[in-house]
Design a protein around this ligand. Structure first.
Ligand SMILES: C[S@@+](CC[C@H](N)C(=O)[O-])C[C@H]1O[C@@H](n2cnc3c(N)ncnc32)[C@H](O)[C@@H]1O
Length: 116
């Protein structure tokens, strides 16, 4: 069965671990003063840490701030625990599209998952 990404996977002890990863992403990406697009934002945990400069996009419309990520102006894109869900071809196509839409964007990727 496909995973339900509406579930609160930041609940309890897991949340301590996952929020530490988000804080590391913010630090590594220097995101505090950048316009950030959180690609595959899920329930918006990054936005909770950076409420003033994050726009969330998710393939699930009810989790997303915007209908189309390509229309957002951003300096940095974060993809945390998202690309493990993509096939190699999907990822190649996505990166080509990202480059066409915003060639100067920085991309911060984190993934502990693995493709299956
Ligand atoms: C494991 S969750 C990670 C959520 C969030 N980035 C975080 O760190 O809490 C993966 C998210 O990616 C979203 N997603 C999966 N495929 C996507 C796609 N092609 N485009 C945008 N979002 C996608 C899912 O709906 C889900 O919300």
């Amino acid at each position: 069965m496909a995973k339900d990404f509406h579930e609160d996977y930041y609940a309890g002890l897991k949340g301590i671990y996952f929020r530490r990863i988000l804080k590391a992403i913010i630090k590594i990406g220097g995101l505090k003063n950048k316009r950030v697009l959180d690609f595959g934002c899920g329930k918006g945990e990054l936005k909770k840490l950076l409420p003033n400069n994050v726009v969330g996009y998710d393939i699930l419309p009810d989790l997303s701030d915007v209908a189309d990520w390509r229309k957002v102006k951003f300096d940095a894109m974060v993809a945390n625990e998202v690309f493990y869900l993509f096939s190699k071809k999907e990822l190649e196509n996505f990166l080509e599209e990202l480059y066409k839409c915003n060639p100067k964007a920085e991309l911060v990727v984190a993934s502990a998952g693995r493709a299956s």
